[in-house]
Structure formats: structure tokens, C-alpha cells
Design a protein around this ligand. Sequence first.
Ligand code: BMA
Length: 253
Amino acid sequence: MEFQNKTVVVTGGGKGIGAACAKVFLDAGANVVVLDKDGDESGITDERWLVLQCDVSIDTQVIEAAEKVWQRFNSVHYLVNNAGIQRYGTVVDTTADEWDKVMNVNLKSYFLCSKYFIPLMQKSGSGVVINVASVQAFVSQKNVAAYTTAKTAILGLTRSIAIDFAPNIRCVAVCPGTIDTPMVRTSFSLSPDPEAVLQECIDMHPIGRIGTPEDVAEVVKFMCDDKAGFITGQYIRVDGGLGITINGSKKTN
Ligand code: BMA
């Protein structure tokens, strides 16, 4: 119960990596706030569990959520910026609307939630902002121009927050590889052979599997812990080795 009397806010907390983060913090004793435009399907009922339907890319909705969180728990210590969508396209294929949508959900929401929750962390004494990015902040693939741009920008935002709000507030980016989430499964389903895409993804990761949401959630929790108190402005890849290979785990001979 190392996070007892602490409050964590998780965006996109209704499914995938966000849901795993929310659960890990609940199990560690924290008050947990799930912000998700679709609500939450976990069925958890607990006095330390608050679900707010909120589109975190919209300024007024984040302001309202921040007020409700403060009313309910009177503190905010951790913010996990995690909400994300993936859309496909080169810069030529991507429509201006799709570009804006990806930037709004994957990047602007991180700015907005930081803007409105950091002051509450300051009132609470200290805090940590975790920005869930992606290996696509470093390496990329075809056809994901908007997504990879947003994920790369998150690293700059992470540095800015770390510098501007030190020493009491730390900020760390966590960069997952392929993780078995509804977002990734939806991407797979766009292919005529989703199983083949899954196998390709497995082969890209030297660890020999894709990640689980819990793989990421445990690292997020550690980065929030005081044990990680000398880490700020940094990124950590949780990618099964994806980012260190030239050709995945494929043998060359
Ligand atoms: C993630 C998502 C996944 C992808 C992975 C590795 O951010 O884009 O769909 O498999 O990066 O490229």
C-alpha cells in the first residue's frame, strides 16, 4: 500500500494501458481517477475509485474534471497522460481533420491535463507527470505521419515540464513498444490477415512477444515512486528490445 493517501489521475484510463495503470495504483492503495470519454468497463466500485467521462482534448472538460477531482479527493499527486489514438496515412494521405484529431488526443490532451492538474499537485506538495509516448518517438514505420509526430513531440513536452516544475514535480516519458491493447488490436484488424500482423509484431521484439498493459503499468508506477526520485525529464522504453534492433529478432543466417 505504498501509494496510500495519494491521488492519481489516468487519462484514457478506461481501457488498455490506462486501465492497467489505474488498477495497479488502486492495488497500491491510491485514490484513482479514471478520465475517459467512454467511461470505464472495469466494474470496479471502491470509494477510492472515481470515473469521469471526459474528452481530455477539450479545455472546458478538463477544467471541470480537475474541479471534481479536487472536490472528491482534495489532492492530486500523479498524472498519467495516456489517452491516445492511432490513425494511418502519409502526410499526403492524412486529411487536415485527421491530423488535428491525432494532435488533439495524443498531444494537446497531455498539455491540457498538465496545465490543469500540475497546479493541484503544487497545492498537494509534490507530484509526478508520466507521459506515455511510444517507441515511435525514436523509430517509425510507414504510414503513421501524424501519430509518430505527436509521439515525438511528447518528449519535448516531458523535458519542458521537468525543467519548469522542478524540484517538486518530476516528469518522465514511458515509451511502449507493441502492447496488446484495444488500440493495437483495432490496428491489426484493418489488415486482411490480423494474425500475420500480430506475428510480425512479435518478431520485431527480441523478447519474443508483444507487451501486456501491465508491463507498462508497473514501470509507470515505479517512475511515480519516490524510489525514482532522481529521475526527471527522461524517457524509458518498455519495448521488449524493439528499439535496439536493426531487423527485429529475425535471424540473418
Ligand atoms: C505503438 C503503436 C503500435 C505499434 C508500436 C510499434 O505506439 O503504434 O501499433 O505496433 O508502436 O511500432
